[in-house]
Design a protein around this ligand. Structure first.
Ligand code: ZN
Ligand code: FE
Length: 255
Protein backbone atom coordinates (compact mmCIF):
# COMPACT_ATOMS: atom_id res chain seq x y z
CA UNK A 1 0.00 0.00 0.00
CA UNK A 2 2.20 2.83 -1.18
CA UNK A 3 -0.71 4.90 -2.50
CA UNK A 4 -3.08 6.26 0.10
CA UNK A 5 -6.13 8.47 -0.01
CA UNK A 6 -7.71 10.68 2.63
CA UNK A 7 -11.15 12.12 2.00
CA UNK A 8 -12.43 14.97 4.12
CA UNK A 9 -15.67 16.96 4.23
CA UNK A 10 -15.95 20.74 4.03
CA UNK A 11 -18.63 23.31 3.44
CA UNK A 12 -22.24 22.16 3.37
CA UNK A 13 -21.73 18.92 1.45
CA UNK A 14 -18.31 19.00 -0.28
CA UNK A 15 -15.56 16.40 -0.14
CA UNK A 16 -11.89 17.10 -0.63
CA UNK A 17 -9.39 14.37 -1.37
CA UNK A 18 -5.71 13.95 -0.58
CA UNK A 19 -3.73 11.32 -2.51
CA UNK A 20 -0.34 10.35 -1.13
CA UNK A 21 2.52 8.12 -2.22
CA UNK A 22 4.52 6.79 0.72
CA UNK A 23 7.61 6.10 -1.41
CA UNK A 24 7.99 9.47 -3.08
CA UNK A 25 6.35 11.46 -0.28
CA UNK A 26 4.31 13.36 -2.86
CA UNK A 27 0.79 14.48 -1.96
CA UNK A 28 -1.90 15.85 -4.23
CA UNK A 29 -5.17 17.40 -3.21
CA UNK A 30 -8.10 17.45 -5.56
CA UNK A 31 -9.61 20.93 -5.56
CA UNK A 32 -9.11 23.67 -3.04
CA UNK A 33 -12.51 24.89 -1.94
CA UNK A 34 -11.56 25.51 1.67
CA UNK A 35 -7.89 26.12 2.58
CA UNK A 36 -8.55 25.59 6.29
CA UNK A 37 -10.11 22.18 5.69
CA UNK A 38 -7.22 21.17 3.43
CA UNK A 39 -4.68 22.35 6.02
CA UNK A 40 -6.47 20.36 8.72
CA UNK A 41 -6.42 17.24 6.53
CA UNK A 42 -2.70 17.73 5.87
CA UNK A 43 -2.03 18.17 9.59
CA UNK A 44 -4.05 15.05 10.41
CA UNK A 45 -2.20 12.90 7.88
CA UNK A 46 1.20 14.53 8.30
CA UNK A 47 1.51 14.74 4.52
CA UNK A 48 3.22 17.63 2.71
CA UNK A 49 1.24 19.16 -0.13
CA UNK A 50 3.07 19.01 -3.47
CA UNK A 51 0.30 19.08 -6.11
CA UNK A 52 -3.18 20.56 -6.47
CA UNK A 53 -5.48 19.19 -9.19
CA UNK A 54 -8.33 21.58 -10.02
CA UNK A 55 -11.48 20.09 -11.57
CA UNK A 56 -13.34 23.32 -12.37
CA UNK A 57 -13.56 26.97 -11.46
CA UNK A 58 -16.56 27.02 -9.09
CA UNK A 59 -15.87 28.69 -5.75
CA UNK A 60 -16.58 25.59 -3.67
CA UNK A 61 -13.62 23.99 -5.51
CA UNK A 62 -11.22 26.93 -5.77
CA UNK A 63 -11.91 29.51 -3.01
CA UNK A 64 -8.93 28.29 -0.95
CA UNK A 65 -6.49 28.10 -3.84
CA UNK A 66 -4.90 31.49 -3.33
CA UNK A 67 -4.12 30.75 0.33
CA UNK A 68 -2.84 27.23 -0.36
CA UNK A 69 -0.59 28.57 -3.11
CA UNK A 70 0.89 31.10 -0.69
CA UNK A 71 1.58 28.58 2.08
CA UNK A 72 2.75 25.56 0.07
CA UNK A 73 5.27 24.99 -2.67
CA UNK A 74 2.76 22.99 -4.67
CA UNK A 75 2.31 22.67 -8.39
CA UNK A 76 -1.22 23.68 -9.39
CA UNK A 77 -2.70 21.90 -12.37
CA UNK A 78 -5.97 23.20 -13.79
CA UNK A 79 -7.97 23.53 -16.99
CA UNK A 80 -6.79 25.55 -20.00
CA UNK A 81 -10.13 27.33 -20.09
CA UNK A 82 -9.77 30.79 -18.56
CA UNK A 83 -11.74 31.71 -15.45
CA UNK A 84 -11.58 34.04 -12.46
CA UNK A 85 -9.05 31.71 -10.79
CA UNK A 86 -7.11 30.30 -13.75
CA UNK A 87 -4.25 32.80 -13.33
CA UNK A 88 -3.31 30.77 -10.23
CA UNK A 89 -2.71 27.58 -12.22
CA UNK A 90 0.92 26.67 -12.94
CA UNK A 91 0.13 24.01 -15.53
CA UNK A 92 -2.85 24.12 -17.86
CA UNK A 93 -4.46 20.86 -18.97
CA UNK A 94 -6.99 19.79 -21.55
CA UNK A 95 -8.70 16.63 -22.73
CA UNK A 96 -6.35 13.74 -23.47
CA UNK A 97 -3.37 15.24 -21.68
CA UNK A 98 -1.33 12.97 -19.46
CA UNK A 99 1.04 13.83 -16.68
CA UNK A 100 2.92 11.94 -14.03
CA UNK A 101 2.17 12.07 -10.32
CA UNK A 102 4.30 10.00 -7.95
CA UNK A 103 5.40 7.72 -10.79
CA UNK A 104 1.82 7.09 -11.90
CA UNK A 105 0.20 8.22 -15.11
CA UNK A 106 -2.68 10.64 -14.64
CA UNK A 107 -5.00 10.86 -17.64
CA UNK A 108 -6.94 14.07 -18.05
CA UNK A 109 -10.54 13.54 -19.16
CA UNK A 110 -12.46 16.70 -20.02
CA UNK A 111 -16.10 16.26 -18.98
CA UNK A 112 -17.81 19.56 -19.85
CA UNK A 113 -21.47 20.11 -19.05
CA UNK A 114 -21.68 21.28 -15.43
CA UNK A 115 -19.05 23.82 -16.48
CA UNK A 116 -17.16 24.17 -19.75
CA UNK A 117 -13.78 23.83 -18.03
CA UNK A 118 -14.48 20.59 -16.12
CA UNK A 119 -11.59 18.12 -15.93
CA UNK A 120 -11.62 14.67 -14.37
CA UNK A 121 -8.41 12.94 -13.28
CA UNK A 122 -7.97 9.22 -13.95
CA UNK A 123 -5.12 7.21 -12.43
CA UNK A 124 -5.32 3.79 -14.12
CA UNK A 125 -2.63 2.19 -11.97
CA UNK A 126 -4.65 2.93 -8.84
CA UNK A 127 -8.10 2.44 -10.41
CA UNK A 128 -9.15 5.89 -9.25
CA UNK A 129 -11.01 8.61 -11.08
CA UNK A 130 -11.86 11.99 -9.58
CA UNK A 131 -15.08 13.15 -11.20
CA UNK A 132 -15.57 16.59 -9.61
CA UNK A 133 -19.15 17.72 -10.19
CA UNK A 134 -19.71 15.54 -13.29
CA UNK A 135 -20.62 12.11 -11.92
CA UNK A 136 -22.08 11.75 -8.42
CA UNK A 137 -23.28 8.73 -6.47
CA UNK A 138 -26.55 7.82 -8.22
CA UNK A 139 -26.55 11.24 -9.87
CA UNK A 140 -24.75 13.74 -12.06
CA UNK A 141 -23.96 17.43 -11.96
CA UNK A 142 -26.45 20.11 -12.84
CA UNK A 143 -25.82 21.57 -16.27
CA UNK A 144 -24.80 25.20 -15.83
CA UNK A 145 -22.52 26.09 -18.74
CA UNK A 146 -22.87 23.28 -21.26
CA UNK A 147 -25.88 21.50 -22.66
CA UNK A 148 -27.28 18.04 -22.13
CA UNK A 149 -25.68 16.55 -25.27
CA UNK A 150 -22.32 17.73 -23.98
CA UNK A 151 -22.95 16.31 -20.50
CA UNK A 152 -24.06 12.97 -21.91
CA UNK A 153 -20.93 12.77 -24.06
CA UNK A 154 -18.90 13.47 -20.91
CA UNK A 155 -20.62 10.70 -18.96
CA UNK A 156 -20.01 8.31 -21.86
CA UNK A 157 -16.27 8.91 -21.44
CA UNK A 158 -16.54 7.85 -17.79
CA UNK A 159 -18.70 4.85 -18.73
CA UNK A 160 -15.81 3.61 -20.87
CA UNK A 161 -13.53 3.21 -17.82
CA UNK A 162 -13.10 -0.25 -16.23
CA UNK A 163 -16.02 -1.40 -14.07
CA UNK A 164 -13.95 -1.62 -10.91
CA UNK A 165 -12.79 2.01 -11.14
CA UNK A 166 -13.23 3.78 -7.81
CA UNK A 167 -15.01 7.12 -8.21
CA UNK A 168 -14.27 10.06 -5.95
CA UNK A 169 -16.77 12.86 -6.52
CA UNK A 170 -16.98 16.24 -4.87
CA UNK A 171 -20.38 16.28 -3.14
CA UNK A 172 -22.46 14.23 -0.74
CA UNK A 173 -25.74 14.46 -2.66
CA UNK A 174 -26.47 10.76 -2.40
CA UNK A 175 -29.70 10.62 -0.37
CA UNK A 176 -31.46 13.15 -2.60
CA UNK A 177 -30.06 11.42 -5.68
CA UNK A 178 -31.34 8.04 -4.49
CA UNK A 179 -34.83 9.44 -3.94
CA UNK A 180 -34.88 10.85 -7.43
CA UNK A 181 -33.40 7.67 -8.94
CA UNK A 182 -36.27 5.65 -7.45
CA UNK A 183 -38.74 7.88 -9.30
CA UNK A 184 -37.06 7.08 -12.62
CA UNK A 185 -36.16 3.43 -12.03
CA UNK A 186 -38.80 2.17 -9.56
CA UNK A 187 -38.49 -1.56 -10.34
CA UNK A 188 -34.69 -1.69 -9.91
CA UNK A 189 -34.09 -3.93 -6.88
CA UNK A 190 -30.36 -3.09 -6.80
CA UNK A 191 -31.30 0.56 -6.52
CA UNK A 192 -33.84 -0.09 -3.76
CA UNK A 193 -31.27 -2.08 -1.80
CA UNK A 194 -28.61 0.56 -2.32
CA UNK A 195 -30.96 3.30 -1.13
CA UNK A 196 -31.34 1.40 2.15
CA UNK A 197 -27.58 1.03 2.44
CA UNK A 198 -26.84 4.71 1.88
CA UNK A 199 -29.56 5.79 4.33
CA UNK A 200 -27.82 3.65 6.95
CA UNK A 201 -24.41 5.16 6.10
CA UNK A 202 -25.74 8.70 6.43
CA UNK A 203 -27.63 7.83 9.66
CA UNK A 204 -24.22 6.85 11.02
CA UNK A 205 -22.64 10.03 9.65
CA UNK A 206 -20.51 8.05 7.21
CA UNK A 207 -19.71 9.15 3.64
CA UNK A 208 -21.28 7.40 0.65
CA UNK A 209 -18.27 8.50 -1.43
CA UNK A 210 -16.24 6.93 -3.01
CA UNK A 211 -18.40 4.77 -5.22
CA UNK A 212 -17.49 2.33 -7.99
CA UNK A 213 -18.37 2.37 -11.66
CA UNK A 214 -20.12 -1.01 -11.68
CA UNK A 215 -22.33 0.10 -8.76
CA UNK A 216 -23.19 3.27 -10.65
CA UNK A 217 -23.99 1.35 -13.83
CA UNK A 218 -26.46 -0.71 -11.77
CA UNK A 219 -28.13 2.15 -9.88
CA UNK A 220 -27.43 5.57 -11.41
CA UNK A 221 -30.31 6.50 -13.74
CA UNK A 222 -28.12 8.95 -15.68
CA UNK A 223 -25.89 6.02 -16.71
CA UNK A 224 -28.84 3.72 -17.46
CA UNK A 225 -30.43 5.61 -20.33
CA UNK A 226 -30.36 2.49 -22.53
CA UNK A 227 -32.31 0.46 -19.95
CA UNK A 228 -35.58 -0.84 -21.42
CA UNK A 229 -37.60 -0.43 -18.21
CA UNK A 230 -36.47 3.16 -17.71
CA UNK A 231 -37.25 3.95 -21.33
CA UNK A 232 -40.70 2.38 -21.00
CA UNK A 233 -41.29 4.27 -17.74
CA UNK A 234 -40.47 7.53 -19.56
CA UNK A 235 -42.38 6.55 -22.73
CA UNK A 236 -39.13 7.01 -24.69
CA UNK A 237 -38.55 3.54 -26.16
CA UNK A 238 -37.40 4.92 -29.52
CA UNK A 239 -35.39 7.92 -28.32
CA UNK A 240 -31.61 8.26 -28.51
CA UNK A 241 -29.49 7.83 -25.39
CA UNK A 242 -28.79 11.57 -25.39
CA UNK A 243 -32.53 12.32 -25.52
CA UNK A 244 -33.29 9.99 -22.63
CA UNK A 245 -30.44 11.55 -20.66
CA UNK A 246 -31.80 15.05 -21.35
CA UNK A 247 -35.26 14.05 -20.13
CA UNK A 248 -33.91 12.49 -16.90
CA UNK A 249 -31.74 15.57 -16.26
CA UNK A 250 -34.76 17.85 -16.90
CA UNK A 251 -36.84 15.85 -14.41
CA UNK A 252 -34.10 16.02 -11.80
CA UNK A 253 -33.92 19.81 -12.17
CA UNK A 254 -37.63 19.96 -11.34
CA UNK A 255 -37.73 17.20 -8.72
ZN1 ZN B 1 -19.42 22.91 -9.40
FE1 FE C 1 -19.23 21.74 -6.51
Amino acid sequence: MTFQTHQFPYGDDNYGLLMHCTESGLTACVDAGDAGATEAALAETGWRLTHIFITHHHGDHTAGLDNLKKSHDASILGPTTDSAVSALYDIRLSDGDEFEFAGRKVAVIATPGHTLDMLNFYIPEEDIVCTGDTLFVMGCGRIFEGDSDMMWASLEKLLALPDHTVIYCSHEYTLANANFARSIDPDNTSLAARQGAVIELRDNDLPTVPTRLDLEKATNPFLRVDNAKIRAHLGMEQASNAEVFAEIRRRKDNF
